[in-house]
Design a binder for this molecule. Sequence first.
Ligand code: CA
Length: 358
Amino acid sequence: MNKLLKIALSTVAVSALLASPAVAKKIKWKLAMTWPSTLTPLASPPIKLAELIKKMSDGEFIIKVEGKEKHKAALGILDMVKGGQYQMGHSGSYYWKGKDINTVWFTTVPFGMTPSEQYAWFYYGNGKKYMKEVYDKFGVYNYPGGNTGNQMGGWFKKEIKSVEDLKGLKMRIPGLAGEVMAKVGVNVTNIPAGELYTALDRGTIDALEWVGPGMDIKMGFNKVAKYYYTGWHEPASEMQFMINKKAFDKLPPKYQTMLETAMKAVSMDMYIENFAASADAWAKMKKDYPGIQVKTFPKPVMEALKKASDEVYEGYAAKNPKFKEILADYKAYMKKGRDWSMMSQYYYLQTSKELESK
Ligand code: CA
């Protein structure tokens, strides 16, 4: 028998031995998500993942998905996956900015990349490498978990005509964008999701941002605010899957591959699902509430927001060498990606719109 064949046969024998009793046993995992089970499309990726894995494994690998209504710890997901109470989690990486500011890179950042640019960075640039570096210390693997697409800048009760109009304005806007808004004089507040509609309706706040038409319509903001501003602050919000490292490393390789493939598929599906939901919702809003005005902030306001964003980035980069490193890589990749986005998508959209309006 030649040497290669011998090696091949012994490898088969060893993997057969390894595979026999362990794989025959059912694997049962639990996944906790930040969202209530009904909050689609955010809740869609984990629910669809569990269905796919069950089918692909002939019912041998089961993932039980638990929403916020069950575990009551929307912002405890990372700790619960790290601690092993759950093998998996589904959340948003930027919720952990208090633990490590570098988690923000894997959701979205103000004036950052579009979804296609960011996916290219995640999968074909250094995005995944940085995810591993940042999440290693938490004992979890991090994966992209579905994108909302470019988010809207939010609902405003009054028109914003100048930077002055932002001063003292009470607005719900979380994350880095909140830090940016605070720099230009906005009074940034944090209000639980369930109270947002009433707060905007009663004037407790003057403005808020949520996601985009598909998700905003369910909150009813279009009924109580007239100005719908285009986005700048969350151009590609990516959710995240987290997996406890020990649990993942113990999985048979075929299930590891199955999981990684299915996570990518359901993440892409959320992006598509939310695009469709937003197109439908906007068509309905436009018809039912013709008074809604879609606005873009005037140029001086956008310039002030860009300047404040750069200052926020520089502030973190000065304190945190890893932030500085990722910022440089992210910016370089965005520049390269943006050139192509402009040549391919922007000019196409612009010219076809001009033709339509003739
Ligand atoms: Ca948002």
